[in-house]
Design a protein around this ligand. Structure first.
Ligand SMILES: Cc1cc2nc3c(=O)[nH]c(=O)nc-3n(C[C@H](O)[C@H](O)[C@H](O)COP(=O)(O)OP(=O)(O)OC[C@H]3O[C@@H](n4cnc5c(N)ncnc54)[C@H](O)[C@@H]3O)c2cc1C
Length: 637
């Protein structure tokens, strides 16, 4: 497998401009001759589908929800970063670039990250033009707040519903193109396989989730914008439907999977409360602008929070990281919470919780201001916990939230399979080993509105694929393969539900490959996951049939893929004998308990190649070269 990142040469700030100029164009009259399949309608897929159709390409767009505007991006709460420097507080494209590289613990490609920072400002202009109702200052200027890992305020937001408002803007652009006939929308349709013809991606097989009918679709290029795979942990902040199937199927067809073990554990989620829970709820990082995080200084303290005097509270982030305080990056804040709870100072019934306290902010700003900034989050918290966060501190605990790993892509966002592009959270992304808050929306929209439209045009202009027909044998074979897999699952008629297997897999992953990992735990997982998977195919119980709306079957197919991905994540985590960002190997830490990177041996992207059923995957390296920033120990002290 050859991994050519295709990062352009030359000065950092000129790379993208030069690359765009050197990229070939497709004549406007020829654009309608090219068909694109877009899988996904979140901020990445929705923005890309609308932009490509606006350019004149013919787009078929797929999502498994009943409407494109229900993609998981709608859940994003806190905001989107952009280097506008409206606050005049020292921000710049270079600072956003540097914060992102450092935030990712120096495990991302410089050229990609700089381009992301560069186009960030265009995203805000685009969204404002679409009518996205960003929060504004009294004078009309767009407002900003701060997010973790930055000392400037560069996060644009729409109360606690930024993703929803951005997605509505994007959906309006997409709907315009659906109306014009340039995008054909296929809701409730799940991609179950990728088709390669002569080594290039030329089609997909889908299953209609209402009727179970399979269909083959051919195109000149395929774009996967299918989101992240945090649900491998069973409990996560992701929507229940989020899964890995699209990228996993592409991986099995030859696409390299990069950095699968880099997962983000978000520090501020409502703690798990029982065995019957099926998902966790995020309390946005934006709350750390005004909320202060603490635990009692005394172990096993059972007093109510308001009865614990100030000097008996440990504001551990403010104490350990005075420069960034409560806005320390997510990986660091999550580990600090775990450390406090492991030390016996956790709060709440389970003792796996820390306080996020707004008493000082309410005293300083007044309840009305706090309500204006965060009311929907406070309401959500109260509905779930029956506690009023205006009166008592929130209880929070880290939970799986975002996956920095994903399919490997070059600078053009193309995987190692020609014609297969991957955007948004589904690719291995620009975030290295840890994503900074408010940077996922930025990346998804950068990919969709401003990067893919250029790079896919270059592909069409240079590759000029012959038209492929969905009648070809490759499509038929893949359809038969999926039908056999579905039949096999339905015929098991075992004794355990899909959820019970998923929960057990999630537990293994959380314990062995979660916030902290070690070689012994990872090796144990690599023995236990295949055993559980084998039981799954022998003992899972799926009711109903294929030819109907069957959510149990949908989930069973997704969980089958999670089993295989989970194993790859453990291989990757075991191979990386260092700690970096969200990947914390307990064996590799500084005396203060911080992550200890090993730049001499691990300064690379690990890209895994599928080797076939029952065979261990093989790893390829894309070395990371740092020409413009100095590799430094990451410090937020
Ligand atoms: C609770 C929460 C809050 C967040 N808040 C923020 C925030 O404030 N700021 C920020 O920057 N980031 C935030 N994030 C992260 C951010 O929301 C996501 O990373 C981002 O929205 C992902 O966008 P996407 O377009 O890549 O994927 P998604 O929005 O997940 O969309 C995936 C799409 O792919 C489709 N799909 C998937 N698989 C298939 C298949 N096999 N066949 C057909 N269709 C398929 C789905 O139907 C969907 O349309 C948050 C995440 C969570 C969980």
């Amino acid at each position: 497998m050859k991994l050519d990142a295709k990062a352009p040469s030359g000065p950092l700030e000129k790379k993208w401009e030069k690359h765009k100029f050197e990229s070939k164009l497709v004549n406007p009259a020829n654009k309608r001759k090219f068909d694109v399949i877009m899988v996904g309608t979140g901020l990445a897929g929705g923005s890309a589908a609308a932009s490509l159709a606006e350019l004149g390409y013919k787009v078929k767009c797929f999502c498994f929800q009943d409407s494109a505007r229900r993609a998981h991006s709608i859940a994003a709460q806190g905001g989107i970063n952009a280097a506008k420097n409206y606050q005049n507080d020292g921000d710049s494209v270079y600072r956003l670039f540097y914060d992102t590289i450092k935030g990712g613990d120096f495990r991302a490609r410089e050229a990609n990250v700089y381009r992301l920072a560069e186009v960030s400002a265009n995203i805000i202009d685009q969204c404002v033009a679409q009518g996205v109702p960003f929060a504004r200052e009294y004078g009309g200027q767009l407002a900003n707040r701060s997010f973790g890992g930055a000392q400037v305020s560069r996060t644009f937001y729409a109360r606690g519903q930024t993703g929803q408002q951005l997605l509505l803007g994007c959906y309006a652009a997409l709907s315009r193109q659906i109306g014009l006939g340039n995008v054909k929308m296929f809701p409730r349709t799940e991609m179950l396989d990728l088709i390669l013809i002569d080594g290039a991606a030329r089609g997909i097989i889908t299953r209609d989730l209402v009727t179970g009918r399979m269909e083959a679709h051919a195109a000149d290029a395929i774009v996967l914008a299918t989101g992240g795979y945090s649900n491998v942990f069973f409990l996560s902040t992701n929507a229940m439907g989020c899964n890995t199937t699209a990228i996993w199927r592409a991986h099995k067809r030859g696409a390299a999977f990069a950095n699968p073990c880099y997962t983000q554990i978000h520090p501020t989620c409502i703690p798990a409360s029982g065995d019957y829970q099926s998902k966790l709820t995020l309390m946005s990082e934006s709350l750390r602008n005004d909320g202060r995080i603490w635990v009692p200084k005394k172990k096993g303290d059972t007093r109510a929070p308001r009865d614990i005097p100030e000097d008996e509270r440990d504001f551990y982030l403010e104490r350990k990281y005075p420069s960034f305080g409560n806005l320390a990056p997510r990986d660091i804040a999550s580990r600090a919470a775990k450390e406090a709870c492991d030390d016996g100072r956790g709060v709440g019934e389970s003792k796996r919780g820390v306080y996020l306290d707004f008493a000082d902010a309410i005293k300083r700003l007044g309840e009305n201001v706090v309500r204006e900034r965060y009311s929907n989050l406070f309401d959500m918290y109260e509905e779930i916990t029956d506690e009023n966060p205006y009166k008592v501190p929130m209880r929070i605990y880290p939970a799986p939230h975002y996956t920095m790993g994903g399919l490997w892509v070059d600078y053009n966002l193309m995987s190692n399979i020609p014609g297969l592009f991957v955007i948004g959270e589904a690719n291995f992304s620009d975030h290295g080993a840890n994503r900074l808050g408010a940077s996922a929306l930025m990346q998804g929209l950068a990919d969709g509105y401003f990067i893919l439209p250029y790079t896919i045009s270059h592909y069409f202009a240079t590759y000029k694929p012959q038209k492929a027909s969905s009648d070809r044998a490759e499509f038929k074979q893949a359809e038969t393969g999926i039908a056999t897999r579905i039949k096999r699952l339905l015929e098991v008629k075992g004794k355990r539900t899909v959820d019970s297997f998923h929960r057990e897999l999630g537990n293994l992953m959380w314990e062995g490959c979660g916030m902290a990992r070690n070689a012994a735990g990872l090796k144990k997982n690599l023995e236990e996951i295949p055993t559980l998977r084998e039981e799954y195919w022998r003992n899972v119980s799926i009711l109903g049939k294929n030819e109907e709306l069957n959510m149990s079957l949908e989930k069973a197919l997704r969980v089958a893929d999670f089993f295989e991905l989970a194993e790859l994540m453990c291989y990757d985590a075991l191979e990386r004998n260092e700690s970096c960002g969200g990947h914390f190997r307990e064996e590799y830490q500084t005396p203060e308990g911080e992550a200890r990177r090993d730049d001499a041996n691990y300064c690379y992207v690990s890209a895994w190649e599928y080797q076939g059923e029952g065979k261990p995957p093989s790893m390829h390296k894309e070395p990371l070269h740092f020409e413009f920033v100095h590799l430094a120990e990451r410090s937020y002290k």
